[in-house]
Design a protein around this ligand. Structure first.
Ligand code: TPP
Ligand code: MG
Length: 339
């Protein structure tokens, strides 16, 4: 878990540098090697590491628009993910998805820029697992800003009524862009949403990776054993702006400082030291993580840009492929017979 968390944090530090290239002095979002928005998850690593530690490749994970830590913990190929973020041809989706739309069928991972969008597909994956009689599970990550979305609430209901092997994980970072949680819901503890659907809910009050690991062990185990869904909420911290370039005018310096002071990675390192892991071993893990990230970024930057002609490929799928021909239907001759 420590290695994944360090990987995710350093990965985002490196992405940040690359992202800012060419975007100054006036912030030009379309310039530089990573055009478009970039939402960083620094401060949220513990939730992904603690939950995904219990998952296997065949389990499904969906994440929202802040996905890097989750993708890394799920085991998404770091090189192809980075190439995707840089818009390159060898990216996970040939560079067409970008950082908010990472999709890796080998690892059963997907994310989306639409808030709460990942909940219904996670429920679908859980339903498929149940029907196929595998003991795979699905996990949907979402932000606390998404807990009043219909897609989330309907997903909770369907998961409950069909006893599906799915775990919902709310990452509560206190903010939805510039909107504090208390202004959009009177429910302080988002896991209480579970009660209305007769689902088990639990809030992990701190971004302590070990506490998340323990709660997730029960939740994932329950799903795998055929005992239905769980809703977890993890208190995490948004160390950065909502997206790169966000001046955070709505947020007090004290709030930013408080988020930066609570570092779940340092907390886990302390815990490991307490349990006898040597400082040198931690340093070795950090170096290994940094090398892997540097290598992925260098590789991605060397990858070819896609051919603009390919923009129209893979846009539509032939949804009716393999279906029987539909009989031609006679139209009433009200429009002169033209269709
Ligand atoms: C359905 C939908 N509504 C609005 C938006 C615009 N939007 C993007 S991020 C965001 C806030 C999300 O907050 P939260 O769920 O807490 O996630 P966080 O950004 O804090 O990780 C909003 C409203 C969107 N992407 N999708
Ligand atoms: Mg939030």
């Amino acid at each position: 878990m420590y290695e994944e968390m360090v990987t995710a944090r350093y990965y985002e530090e490196r992405l940040q540098e690359e992202y800012l290239e060419g975007k100054q002095p006036a912030f030009d979002i379309s310039a530089g090697p990573i055009p478009g928005e970039l939402h960083l998850a620094a401060g949220q690593e513990a939730s992904a590491a603690g939950v995904c530690a219990h998952l296997r490749d065949t389990d499904t994970v969906t994440a929202p628009h802040r996905p890097h830590h989750v993708a890394i913990s799920k085991g998404v190929d770091l090189k192809r993910m980075t190439a995707e973020i840089f818009g390159r041809e060898t990216g996970l989706s040939k560079g067409k998805g970008g950082h908010m739309h990472l999709y890796d069928p080998d690892m059963n991972f997907a994310c989306s820029g639409i808030i709460a969008q990942g909940c219904p597909p996670a429920v679908g994956a859980a339903l498929a697992a149940k029907k196929r009689n595998t003991d795979d599970v699905a996990v949907a990550f979402l932000g606390e800003g998404a807990i009043s979305q219909g897609g989330f609430l309907e997903s909770l209901n369907l998961a409950a009524v069909q006893d599906l092997p799915v775990v919902f994980v709310i990452e509560d970072n206190d903010w939805a862009i510039s909107m504090p949680k208390a202004r959009v819901t009177d429910v302080e503890d988002g896991s209480r949403r579970a009660g209305g659907f007769d689902v088990r809910g639990e809030r992990i009050d701190s971004d302590d990776a070990v506490a998340v690991y323990e709660a997730a062990e029960t939740a994932v185990g329950r799903a795998r054993d055929g005992n239905g869904p769980t809703l977890l909420e993890v208190q995490v911290h948004r160390r950065m702006g909502h997206f790169m370039g966000d001046p955070e005018a709505y947020r007090s310096d004290a709030d930013v400082e408080a988020a930066q002071e609570r570092d779940s990675i340092e907390r886990l390192a302390d815990r490991l030291r307490e349990h006898g892991v040597e400082g040198d071993d931690l340093e070795e893990i950090r170096e290994r993580a940094h090398d892997r990230v540097d290598e992925a970024i260098e590789w991605a930057k060397e990858q070819p840009q896609p051919d603009p002609e390919d923009a129209y490929e893979d846009v539509f799928t032939d949804a009716l492929e393999g279906w029987p021909e539909r009989p031609e239907r006679e139209l009433a001759a009200t429009d002169g017979g033209e269709r």
